[in-house]
Structures are given as C-alpha cells and as structure tokens.
Write a protein that binds this ligand. Structure first.
Ligand SMILES: N[C@@H](CCC(=O)N[C@@H](CS)C(=O)NCC(=O)O)C(=O)O
Length: 230
C-alpha cells in the first residue's frame, strides 16, 4: 500500500487544498505539521521552495506545489475528480489557475499594513466574486462547481471561501451575500467534511490567533480577550 505524508503548517490554505483531495479520495495519510518559524532540516531538504505543502510518497518521492500534488493524486487514485470531457477539464484547470489571484483579492486584507492598504484590498473583493459568480452561472446547477460531481475546482477554492467567512467575522465585509451562486457554493463547501482538517471552531480560533500575531492592520480588530478565550 502506498504511504503518503503531507507536510504542513497548520493554517496553510495551500496544504488544506491537498488535504481535501486526499480526504475526498479516502486515502490514509500522515498529516505532519511543522513550525513555520523553525522548519526542520529534513523538510528543507525535500522542499525546493522551502514551502508547504510537500507530499512525500513512499518515503522516496517529494512532490510540491498544491496544484501539482492534486493533479498527481487525481491521476493516480480513484475516483477521478477531473471531468472526463477534455473541454470541461480545460475549463476546470483554467478556474483552478485563477485560485492564486482569487486568494490574493479575497484574503489580501489579512496582510495589509495600514487602513489605506486594507481598504484597497477590500475594494478588490467584488471583482473576484463577480468573476466566480459568472463562472458558476455558466457551469449550471450546482451544488458543486461542475454540478452534481465534486471536482478539483471545489477543493481549490474551499480554503479561501472559508477564510473569507473568517475575515467577515473579524471585520464585517458583507460582500458574499451579493453573489447568490457563489454564496450557495461556498456554503456547500464549508458544510462538506473534507474541507476541514481540524474541528471548525478550533481552526477559526487558530486562524484569528495567527492574524492577531501577524500584527498587521487587521490584528487590531481581534480583541485580546477573544484570543485569550480561544
Ligand atoms: N503555490 C504554492 C504556495 C504554497 C505557500 O505559499 N505556502 C506557504 C504557507 S501557506 C509557505 O510555505 N510559505 C513559506 C515561505 O514562503 O517561506 C502552493 O500552491 O503549494
């Protein structure tokens, strides 16, 4: 039986998208969380960009970049999450390629240095949401990106939609309600067990703590008391 080790920082959304695919495929894997500020030598030796995720296969192969890892998992382990139709597959890959831009536009406020930069980030959210709303309109019925069948696109967006809600609860943003298909999609993904690497409330508390400790503009909106209680 193939052995899988997924190397992670606990709150990394890119790791989460690969963990989701492993869970969707019902694969047993070791989930090993390392410290971002103290990355062990064994990890530095197997991660060319020194980033997580790394998927170690059978103690011999080290794969990196969440999208490449997910494509590999989809090629090697059933059930196939990519659509069979090549056009549909190309469209899926195109929307997965949009994830880094989406992530930056939707969660960039968490890294803003001051109010002006924060407002600029928040102002970018409607463009990202509008693009996905239009894509979902073209895709059809839902509840998933391709309709009835879960795909790599769902796995790609779920961590960032989850973080939008975390941010919206730190500082009311109030955007997703304006995009009904996107909201329905996000809510479906958030309810799906595979989205979650940790119990939901525990993970949101950890996310808030990470944002607080980052000492950026958004940190001030997380009360000390709330962090202490979490
Ligand atoms: N494009 C990469 C992004 C991975 C990434 O940015 N990982 C972050 C943690 S969430 C990281 O390891 N950062 C450490 C660093 O930049 O040194 C992927 O999809 O795997």
């Amino acid at each position: 039986m193939t052995k899988y080790l997924l190397v992670s920082f606990k709150t990394c959304p890119w790791v989460q998208r690969s963990a989701i695919v492993l869970r969707e495929k019902n694969i047993d894997f070791e989930f090993r969380h390392i410290d971002r500020d103290n990355r062990p030598d064994w990890f530095l030796a197997i991660s060319p960009h020194k980033k997580v995720p790394v998927l170690r296969v059978d103690d011999t192969i080290s794969l990196f970049e969440s999208n490449a890892i997910n494509e590999y998992l989809d090629e090697t382990i059933a059930p196939r999450l990519h659509p069979d139709d090549p056009v549909a597959r190309a469209i899926n890959r195109a929307w997965t390629d949009y994830v880094p831009t989406f992530a930056e536009q939707v969660t960039g406020v968490a890294y803003a240095d001051d109010a002006a930069a924060g407002q600029k980030c928040l102002a970018q959210i409607p463009q990202a949401f509008e693009r996905i709303e239009r894509a979902l309109e073209k895709q059809g019925a839902g509840p998933f990106f391709n309709g009835a069948k879960y795909s790599l696109v769902d796995a790609g967006y779920a961590p960032f939609l989850q973080r939008y809600y975390f941010l919206d609860r730190i500082m009311p943003i109030g955007q997703i309600e304006k995009y009904p298909r996107l909201k329905a999609w996000a809510d479906t993904l958030i309810k799906r067990p595979s989205t979650h690497s940790f119990p939901a409330a525990e993970f949101e508390a950890l996310y808030r703590l990470t944002v607080k400790q980052r000492k950026k503009w958004l940190s001030q909106f997380i009360a000390e008391a709330a962090v202490a209680a979490e």
